[in-house]
Design a protein around this ligand. Structure first.
Ligand code: G3P
Length: 217
């Protein structure tokens, strides 16, 4: 399973990039607005220059023709842009047009297997089930991830599943076990994935023992 970072925060992207474990970025209008960018395009272009892998930028219109036009524009910003399109009828129409133009689509706000299947059939490169938001309403978000992976594998559909709306490290473990191709994680969750108290106490003890040894010599 690959790890994407789910953020539009440039500092976090730079810090995570240094770890060498991030192969893509996902953003959405809420994440971008949190950063209050002076220029949306410049922000996305900067992200694309930091991370050579896929960078998802979302359309912010609802009607198919408007989405298609906005997606075509955004796709010229950088070679590694992926367009996030919502899982609606208008979004499917948009996806099928963009796919024929070799513009990569991440079908977002996916909450059912049917939405994901239709997205795959329309030619989406990625579908993004929102795990945390399903959990929030008492459903099992990770069960949906597993179902999508199983169905895509069974029918040999090339669309990749991005486990999104990841809220904690255990979601990442479950996404990997469910066979998700990618988990897109907030920066705080990435940090939580690294940390373990036994690693910290282990380092402290090793360094103390080493210090003790050097004091005896
Ligand atoms: O990638 C989708 C993600 O940003 C949504 O996360 O936490 O707003 O449900 P959340």
């Amino acid at each position: 399973m690959r790890i994407f970072l789910d953020t539009a925060n440039i500092d976090h992207i730079r810090q995570a990039a240094r770890l060498g474990v991030i192969s893509g970025i996902t953003t959405n209008p809420s994440l971008v607005s949190r950063e209050k960018p002076a220029d949306y395009r410049a922000t996305i272009e900067e992200i694309c220059s930091i991370i050579p892998g896929p960078v998802s930028a979302e359309v912010v219109v609802e009607e198919a023709q408007a989405m298609i036009e906005q997606a075509r524009q955004i796709s010229t910003w950088a070679p590694n842009i992926v367009i996030k399109i919502p899982a609606t009828a208008e979004g499917l129409e948009t996806t099928s047009v963009l796919a024929k133009e070799n513009i990569k689509v991440n079908l977002t706000l996916c909450f059912s297997l049917n939405q994901a299947l239709l997205g795959a059939l329309a030619g989406a490169t990625y579908v993004s089930p929102f795990v945390g938001r399903l959990d929030d309403i008492g459903h099992d978000g990770m069960e949906l991830v597993k179902d999508m992976v199983d169905v895509f594998t069974h029918y040999q559909l090339p669309t990749q599943v991005i486990a999104a709306s990841i809220r904690h490290p255990e979601h990442c473990v479950a996404a990997a076990k469910a066979g998700a191709h990618i988990a897109t994680v907030p920066y705080a969750v990435l940090m939580q994935m690294i940390r373990h108290p036994l690693t910290d106490t282990g380092i402290t003890r090793f360094l103390a023992d080493w210090q003790h040894l050097s004091e005896q010599q």
